[in-house]
Design a protein around this ligand. Structure first.
Ligand code: MSP
Length: 518
């Protein structure tokens, strides 16, 4: 176990809308990793927040008849509320409209300038307001009426204005060398290949400001009140604002920078794996260890969109399936880095099979038998058979398999390993039939129930990152003290003590009916 600090971030969300399933997925994915590392003894700093400047927010605010700030306040509050709804364990919530962030963004700008990487020029080209990004002619496709679209399908407009540029072209070789020397930097592999191919074509300088005639909603460029900073330079900087930049001598900065992970969606990989490392190189700062790009979630096989009416809200999901159930389903169902699909049928099936019938039933059967037949306390085991040992040892050791999977952000695989133990324990209970032993061999029944309770203790500790509430309830029922719930307690030394009183068990995962709120 290592006490090395672990700094992890989500992307910061645009406040031109309210949170949906896609945002929820990213928050949960990052949260599960953060919780896992904390339970594994790491000192974790987890940052999430909102990206509030830029043309997109300014335009949507205007459409809604509000000032950009009022509009941003309202939606930032919705995102912050979602972190609570989803039990996200972030240590800080950053808003790019905060003073600390103005300070950090202007400081990094000055660093880039001092490094000779910023110059004033004229921008002419295609710009997507929705993506807040620039595109070259050959990346675009044209519809019948002549409108041009980006590869992600958002319209672009021709922009001509005076603008500051960042000398990104100077970084083509440096970035390629960096990717080569750091194979874990861009994950998964498919995204790494995509980025390397893109950078190999050669990078052009990047427009990093907007003229005030076009946009005022941004952070002023230091010493030039006619320009505000390009929203992506402002937004990316949040990752260092959150740990105290520009005070690079602060305790937080020294401890947590560079970050272990920036967790983002695949649509914004270029900003994170090309622009951000170039800015950091120019500012003389260290690179994050890894950028992990997850896939996109579709709903019932289709991209979420307001016009189709299939945009799922985090609140609605939690109401329909329960919080732990929603978290579990998303983490178990969507493979590492790939796109996923949210379907009601699949969610009900998985939740019932793995949680209600799987872990929930195992705990309920075992603990109620103990409560009823063992004087409401943990029974004393006799000598363990080979079968008993196998189950308990697997429960102690599965954390090593899970750790290897988490190391590669393969959370669904880690859950697969853990649920093999759930299946093994349910198989064990059927094979041992403690209800028969009750009359025939009560001493053996006690051993069997002890083995099961000890396995449940381990399982409850292990599932805490994904289903924190149900896990806590199971650990409470077993009367495990709060400070004995980390991965360091997954061993015989910390095994359940016979005679410990247990609480009356309550089912932690109810079954869901298929037609409920379909
Ligand atoms: N503001 C930028 C990020 C700046 S980070 C310095 C942005 N915001 S966003 O609100 O559009 O998206 C926030 C995150 O949610 C991104 O990582 C994005 O990929 C993710 N998702 C948005 N829709 C999604 C799905 N349908 N599925 C999964 N993730 C999705 O981009």
């Amino acid at each position: 176990m290592s006490a090395k600090p672990f700094y992890i971030t989500t992307a910061i969300s645009y406040v031109n809308g309210v949170p949906h399933l896609g945002h929820a997925y990213e928050m949960i994915l990052t949260d599960v990793m953060a919780r896992f590392q904390r339970l594994d003894g790491r000192d974790v700093m987890f940052l999430t927040g909102t990206d509030e400047h830029g043309e997109k927010v300014a335009k949507t605010a205007e459409k809604n008849g509000m000032s950009a700030k009022e509009f941003a306040d309202q939606n930032a509050a919705a995102f912050e509320a979602t972190t609570k709804t989803l039990a996200i364990s972030n240590d800080d919530f950053i808003r790019t409209t905060q003073e600390r962030h103005y300070k950090a963004s202007q400081a990094i700008w000055k660093k880039l300038e001092e490094n000779g990487d910023i110059y004033l020029g004229k921008y002419e080209g295609w710009y997507s307001v929705r993506e807040e990004g620039y595109f070259s002619e050959d990346e675009l496709r044209e519809s019948e009426d002549g409108t041009k679209f980006t590869p992600n399908g958002t319209p672009v407009e021709w922009v001509e204005e005076s603008s500051y540029f960042f000398k990104l072209s100077n970084y083509t070789e440096k970035l390629l060398q960096y990717y080569e020397a750091h194979p874990r930097f861009i994950q998964p592999e498919t995204r790494r290949n995509e980025i390397i191919a893109f950078v190999k074509q050669g990078l052009r300088d990047l427009s990093v400001s907007r003229h005030k005639d076009r946009l005022q909603w941004g952070i002023p460029v230091p010493n030039d009140p006619d320009h505000v900073m390009y929203v992506w330079l402002d937004a990316l900087t949040n990752y260092i604002t959150g740990v105290g930049y520009p005070d690079v001598e602060s305790e937080a900065f020294k401890k947590y920078w560079p970050a272990q992970y920036h967790v983002i969606g695949k649509d914004i990989i270029r900003f994170h794996a090309v622009y951000w490392p170039a800015f950091l190189m120019a500012a003389g700062l260290q690179q994050p260890e890894a950028i992990f790009a997850h896939g996109f979630i579709n709903v019932q096989g289709e991209k979420m969109s307001k016009s189709i009416g299939n945009v799922l809200s985090p609140d609605g999901l939690v109401e329909t399936y329960g919080l732990d159930q929603t978290r579990y389903f998303l983490m178990r169902e969507i493979p590492h880095g790939q796109d996923g699909n949210f379907s009601h049928e699949r969610a009900v099936e998985r939740i019932n099979a793995d949680l209600a019938n799987g872990l929930g039933n195992l705990a309920q059967r075992t603990l109620s038998m103990i409560h009823k037949n063992c004087d409401e306390s943990i029974p004393s085991p006799g000598e363990l058979t080979a079968d008993d040992r196998v189950l308990i040892d697997e429960a102690y050791n599965v954390v090593n398999l899970a750790r290897d999977e988490f190391e590669q952000f393969k959370i669904h695989r880690a859950l697969e390993h853990i649920w093999k133990i759930v299946a093994a324990a349910n198989g064990y209970i059927d094979a041992q039939a403690p209800w028969t032993l009750r009359k025939e061999d009560p001493a053996r029944m006690q051993t069997v129930l002890y083995v099961l309770a000890e396995t449940i203790r381990c399982l409850a500790i292990l599932v805490q990152p994904v289903t924190p509430h149900a896990a806590a309830e199971m650990l409470d029922q077993l009367n495990i003290p709060e400070d004995q719930r980390s991965f360091a307690h997954l061993n015989e030394k910390n095994a359940l003590k016979p005679g410990t009183k247990i609480e009356k068990p309550e089912g932690v995962f109810p079954r869901i009916a298929m037609d409920e709120a379909a």
